[in-house]
Design a protein around this ligand. Structure first.
Ligand code: CP
Length: 315
């Protein structure tokens, strides 16, 4: 695998999920593969799970790991070409990415959207500049529009826990006090489209995801109708795509509660974390046996390990 920016970089999703499960069963079976190889993890935004799970995965494969938090530790970067750099930015991404390429065999990048200018966010300037100027394979640690390592971990979790051949998977919008990106739901939808599931997306009107991601995925505006018969309930907030980056209303009635979970087909509750308790989902859901959020977070290691293994094999 030459890069991992989206599901479109994966030939066979089923095989990659199986690889993640093999890595989980035997975490050190490929520890020679990454010997004398270095991964650089570059964070333009905060992280707990992605940072630590990718580190663990790389270490299990025998790799060295270096981490750069650009906000605190690095020079402020310029991304536009032809700029006269007489302002706050001390370094251009052309040099910064090139230098990272000198130090690392694989580069991971996290760069959230601004949520101010949709076209600008969709250009994915940070991650695409890293691909262009580093000369190294790049793995997305969440970009402006996608979070593929999270989605692969979600696929692994559903594979482990499904009780029927073709489970009903419901992605439900949930409230949140801050405007959040569409990256997790976008990615979840495009990965689920490659799995044997019945996917339904439910949200209040105005929170429609980009048609580029939704394609012909079913939308149900009535959350109760959507949850009926669900085997998996995946809660996530996102801001509006049409009124880009906006919170349109506060909709506390969309919180996932124990009562709503009781109306499903004994569904498992999923969330990518971090989760705001009693805003996105109530304590009774998060503390119930139905919640698999920790298993899901644990599977971030094995999804990263499967991807890094494929990238190391292609070096
Ligand atoms: N789910 C996820 O990406 O968590 P972090 O933001 O903590 O990495």
């Amino acid at each position: 695998m030459k890069q991992f920016l989206s599901v479109h970089d994966v030939d066979d999703v089923d095989a990659l999920v199986a690889e993640a499960l093999r890595q989980k069963a035997s975490p050190f079976s490929s520890e020679e593969l990454g010997r004398h190889r270095t991964i650089g993890l570059v964070f333009f935004n905060s992280s707990l799970r992605t940072r630590l799970s990718t580190q663990r995965a790389a270490q299990n494969l025998g790799m060295q790991v270096i981490v750069l938090n650009t906000g605190q530790d690095a020079w402020q970067l310029e991304f536009a070409d032809g700029t006269v750099m007489d302002g706050g930015s001390a370094e251009h991404i052309r040099e910064a990415a090139g230098v990272l390429g000198e130090y690392c065999d694989i580069i991971g990048v996290r760069a959230f959207p601004s949520l101010k200018d949709r076209e600008d966010d969709e250009r994915e300037a940070v991650i695409s500049s890293m691909v262009r100027f580093s000369g190294r394979p790049v793995v997305s640690l969440e970009s402006a529009t996608r979070h593929p390592l999270q989605s692969l971990a979600d696929c692994v979790t559903i594979e482990e826990l499904r009780t029927v051949r073709r489970p009903k998977v419901v992605l439900t919008w949930a409230p949140h006090p801050r405007a959040l990106p569409q990256a997790v739901p976008n990615s979840f939808v495009e990965w689920m489209q490659r799995r044997e599931v019945d996917l339904v997306v439910t949200h209040p009107e105005g929170y429609e995801l980009s048609p580029e991601f939704m394609r012909d995925t079913a939308v149900e505006y009535d959350q109760a109708a959507a949850l009926s018969g669900a085997h998996f309930v995946y809660a996530k907030n996102w801001s509006s795509y049409s009124q880009y980056g906006k919170i349109l209303r506060h909709d506390p009635a969309w919180m996932v509660t124990a009562e709503k979970m009781a109306a499903t087909a004994d569904a498992r509750f999923m969330h990518c974390l971090p989760v705001r308790r009693n805003v996105v989902a109530d304590d009774a859901v998060l503390d119930s046996p139905a919640s698999v959020v920790l298993q899901q977070a644990g599977n971030r290691i094995w999804s990263a390990q499967a991807v890094l293994k494929r990238m190391l094999e292609a070096l």
